[in-house]
Design a protein around this ligand. Structure first.
Ligand SMILES: Nc1nc2c(ncn2[C@@H]2O[C@H](COP(=O)(O)OP(=O)(O)OP(=O)(O)O)[C@@H](O)[C@H]2O)c(=O)[nH]1
Ligand SMILES: [Mg+2]
Length: 654
């Protein structure tokens, strides 16, 4: 049978399927796999000596129909359930083996429960050791098996009577497997390959090898990989599926990866091989945990349990988010705080076991990785429920409670690239999400940011009524967004006229610097002095000593349009600037150029006072220096319009 597999060796296109065994100890799983494949999956000496499976075994066959099936053979003994769990996590279908002479036994039921928790819904039942029983007994056994399957996803699974030793029923069993696998969906490919490692060893002539069932994407010879959660790096030197060398391994196949640049001791079952940086490690998970109806006791808050996810096994503390415990047969949201980090993805199934006496108690699908520790339980539960929603859009939106890139959001909500892109487009089109530079954020979260910005501005205006606004950076720090995302937020709020930019400050659009009555009185006095000799105004220092107009007050008056500040050293009334500019423009129209001396004479001012005014015209693009003279840059009418704009209050407030 292997020969057929090798015949197809050079096309990577062969689809392989993975079937895991399950069933009570000694019921004949390994013997049946040997009969089907010609390979004894019990490879350890101890296993052969004791006649029992201890750890996972692997074998494969190609059916006459050309279906290549990789088998993962699991131990039935209850002491090795942890190994069984590492093997059945990512199979396409189960081969549930029940000995006809013994019928349904405790681990038949426990394995069935585990398959249910892992969401494995396809399979074939092998009623084996048929040679040991007569027809009446076989009928009874069949009835017992159907009763045990009732209510499970395998209730209608095909049941085939076989004998591995007498080799009866084997073709029928293979046909049943082909039919079940033919109906199984293709494995998803999200372009983010990960291989939960089930074995790591050294092979003479090759070096370090890890094996597992590949999920979610392809692996290629030559690429660099990361071992999560340790972060160690290695390079793929070779790939094999069923001993066949490949350039590319596809999702859903059993893969042996020959690694360079890493020692076997740095690898172990439970770790995950993935593209660098694509699989974050986490020490906390959230899931809706279903507790098995047969559990010996409710799952209590703060209980210590073992969590199995992928091929990993880790101790965890349960934080029940609804009520104080999850009763047998019940389900509730819980957070699991892990003793050690694991690398898992949203949507992955997990199984919870009690350490002693050892017992499978329940499980669920991961809804969130690394959730913040819950304070308000009701909120947390509502958020998790959204995140676990079946449709892509609500799941995406649930992950956008904080700004994330599309890639981050897709990963967090367990969507593949196509689902994610469609959901992103839909969310943006409907306005349920808003783009902020490189990120997206759900509308309610966007509104929360907006409110925060406006509140910081309002508080700033109240604290410093004289100021034009609150320094941008101060608002950004308060809101806690990175620069680009904050800039995008501000841009949106300004476009919607909910916020105004005032130089380097941000303000509510209606905000005007407010003077106290005493400050207004000072201003009236200062203004009288400024009007008395407009082209020779007092310096800012004089304004402060004589009238109490400090820098901030001058800035506020400038903002209000009562003063024009030129540089830091000169202050004029707007009408003075306007009159001066008009006179200069008039002169330029007549004579084309103007000198500083001429500008001084025209306005009856001094050189000291005229220089900043001329500078002002240069700065605002009305005039330009040419040698010692100035020339007009704009057409006269445009120049006059600009003067008006620069010195009239309405324009400043825009
Ligand atoms: N007569 C008979 N004996 C069988 C058959 N299949 C298995 N056996 C015997 O049953 C015993 C247990 O078989 P295994 O294949 O090791 O059982 P297992 O389910 O793999 O056991 P664990 O892996 O330890 O859970 C062995 O002695 C087999 O020879 C069968 O079809 N007929
Ligand atoms: Mg076995």
């Amino acid at each position: 049978m292997h020969a057929v597999g090798y015949a197809a060796a050079h096309t990577d296109a062969v689809t392989t399927r993975v079937v895991g065994t399950a069933g009570h100890v000694d019921h004949g799983k390994s013997t049946l796999i040997t009969a089907l494949t010609g390979t004894d999956p019990d490879r350890l000496r101890e296993e052969r000596e004791r006649g029992m499976t201890i750890d996972l075994g692997f074998a494969w066959m190609t059916t006459d129909e050309g279906v290549e099936i990789g088998f993962v053979d699991v131990p039935g003994h209850q002491d090795f359930i942890r190994n069984m769990l590492a093997g059945v996590g990512s199979i396409d279908a189960v081969l549930l083996v029940i000995a006809a002479d013994e019928g349904v036994r405790p681990q038949t039921r426990e394995h069935l429960a585990i398959l249910g928790l892992l969401g494995i819904e396809r399979g074939v039942i092998a009623l084996t050791k048929r040679d040991l029983v007569d027809d009446t007994w076989a009928d009874l056994a069949r009835g017992e098996v159907r009763a045990a399957l009732a209510g499970t996803a395998l209730a209608d699974a095909p049941l085939v009577e076989v004998s591995a030793t007498a080799r009866t029923g084997l073709p029928q069993l293979v046909a049943a497997l082909e039919a079940v696998l033919g109906a199984a969906p293709r494995r998803r490919d999200t372009g983010r390959p990960r291989l939960p490692i089930d074995r790591a060893f050294t092979m003479a002539g090759f070096g370090t090898v890890v094996t597992g069932t590949l999920l979610d994407g392809e692996l290629h010879v030559g690429e660099e990989v990361e071992i999560a959660p340790t972060g160690a790096r290695a390079r793929i030197r070779g790939l094999q599926t069923h001993r066949r060398a490949l350039e590319t391994a596809v999702p859903g196949s059993r893969v042996a990866v020959n690694l360079s640049g890493i020692d076997k001791d740095a690898l172990a079952r439970g770790m995950v091989l993935a593209r660098p940086g694509t699989l974050p490690a986490t020490t906390a998970l959230a899931a809706r945990i279903a507790v098995l109806p047969g559990a010996s006791a409710a799952l209590a808050h703060d209980e210590e349990v073992k969590v199995h996810v992928g091929t990993a096994e880790v101790m965890a503390k349960v934080s029940v988010l609804e009520g104080d415990a999850i009763a047998a047969g019940g389900a509730a949201w819980a957070q699991l705080r892990l003793a050690d980090p694991v690398a898992a993805a949203v949507g992955d199934r997990l199984v919870i076991r009690r350490p002693s006496p050892s017992e499978t108690i329940g499980g669920g699908a991961i809804a969130d990785l690394a959730p913040a520790r819950a304070r308000r339980r009701a909120d947390t539960v509502a958020a998790l429920e959204r995140r676990a929603a079946p449709a892509a859009l609500p799941r995406l939106l649930a992950s956008l409670e904080v700004p994330r890139t599309a890639a981050e959001a897709g990963e967090r909500s367990g969507l593949d690239a196509a689902e994610r892109d469609a959901a992103v487009a839909e969310a943006l089109a409907s306005g349920e999400a808003v783009a902020l530079a490189d990120a997206l954020v759900a509308r309610p979260a966007f509104e929360a940011f907006a409110t925060h910005v406006l509140r910081v501005c309002a508080q700033g205006h109240r604290r410093a009524p004289l100021r034009a606004g609150v320094p941008r950076e101060e608002v950004r720090t308060a809101v806690g967004l990175p620069a680009k995302r904050f800039a995008a937020l501000v841009q949106r709020l300004v476009a919607d006229r909910r916020l105004a930019e005032r130089g380097a400050a941000l303000a509510l659009p209606e905000h005007r610097p407010q003077l106290s009555p005493a400050q207004e009185a000072s201003w009236v006095k200062a203004r009288a002095t400024l009007s008395a000799d407009p082209t020779r105004p007092p310096s800012p220092a004089q304004l402060e000593t004589d009238f109490g107009l400090d820098r901030e007050l001058v800035a506020a008056l400038g903002e209000r349009g009562d003063l024009v500040r030129i540089g830091t050293e000169a202050v004029y009334l707007p009408e003075t600037v306007a009159r001066f500019a008009d006179a200069v423009v008039g002169e330029l129209v007549a004579t084309r150029t103007i000198t500083v001396a001429r500008a001084r004479d025209l306005t009856g001012s001094s050189r000291k006072h005229v220089l900043p005014l001329l500078q002002f015209l240069d700065d605002h693009g009305l005039t330009r220096r040419q040698g010692d003279d100035r020339i007009l840059v704009l057409a006269p009418d445009d120049a006059r319009a600009r003067i008006l704009a620069l010195t009239s209050q309405q324009e400043k407030d825009r």
